[in-house]
Ligand binder design. Structure first.
Ligand code: ZN
Ligand code: FE
Length: 255
């Protein structure tokens, strides 16, 4: 099992500090900047960092790599297809690679769309998914490099994980995302109930993360491009999932 700590960074990024309970091995996921991680480690008396995991190449996910690696010697774990734009990768991975933090094994998924190289780390024994900017709580990443089809396939891959999977994404966007979902699916009762809880957490200054895959499937419109309840609100003649997903993404981009 992994102990998972949430470290807020930059404006609205989340960095995750992981510790394998059995072995004490540690890792950090998507360190946008080093300082909040250093502060966390000092406060919690953590002296070592074994791995630095990156989901994709954007600066707000790798900005702290260099300093953390220099200070602690942590090995950088990232997608082998991104070796040209993520510096000094020590462990190159791709879908199906074996990777472990101590005794906690990760399944690695390639989930392109936001960027062409983008991976997600799923730790089945901890029921935890780290999905960067592919799947957000009540949203998904913008299509900077990939196509709607690629992103929809990536989201379907993540959607097939167990309902009790905890979703740790790259940003705190839940409330704004939820307001967009409400416009697309105003009669979704689960979504209304969920947003009340999200607002309460945010008003108390707490993260809305992790989310759960089961509830994402019921409330995140980007995972629902093939669901009849959502399709009833989509004014497209051709309602295949990729076209519907592309429509939703476009609406969100202009929201
Ligand atoms: Zn990004
Ligand atoms: Fe990001």
């Amino acid at each position: 099992m992994l102990k998972i700590n949430i470290i807020p960074a930059l404006q609205d990024n989340y960095v995750y500090f992981l510790e394998d309970e059995k072995t004490g091995k540690t890792a950090v996921v998507d360190p946008s900047e080093a300082q909040p991680v250093l502060d966390f480690m000092k406060d919690h008396k953590k002296a070592k960092l074994d791995y630095i995991l990156n989901t994709h190449h954007h600066g707000d996910h790798i900005g702290g790599n260099k300093e953390l690696k220099e200070k602690f010697g942590g090995e950088i774990v990232a997608f082998k297809g991104d070796a040209h734009r993520i510096k000094n990768i020590d462990i190159m991975v791709e879908e199906g690679s074996d990777f472990k933090i101590g005794e906690s094994a990760a399944d690695i998924y390639e989930v392109p769309g936001h960027t062409l190289g983008h991976i997600a780390f799923h730790f089945p024994s901890s029921m935890a998914l780290f999905c960067g900017d592919t799947l957000f709580s009540l949203g998904c990443g913008r299509l900077f490099e990939g196509t709607a089809k690629q992103m929809w396939e990536s989201l379907k891959k993540l959607r097939s994980l167990p309902d009790n999977t905890q979703v740790y994404c790259g940003h705190e966007y839940t409330y704004a995302n939820g307001n967009f979902c409400l416009i697309m699916e105003p009669e979704n009762g689960a979504l209304h109930r969920r947003l009340i809880g999200v607002k309460r957490l945010r008003d108390a200054g707490r993260p809305s993360i992790p989310s759960m895959m089961g509830i994402e499937k019921k409330t995140n419109v980007f995972l629902r491009a093939d669901q009849p309840d959502l399709l009833a609100n989509v004014p497209l003649a051709k309602q295949d999932p990729v076209s519907v997903f592309a429509y939703l993404r476009e609406q969100k981009d202009n929201f």
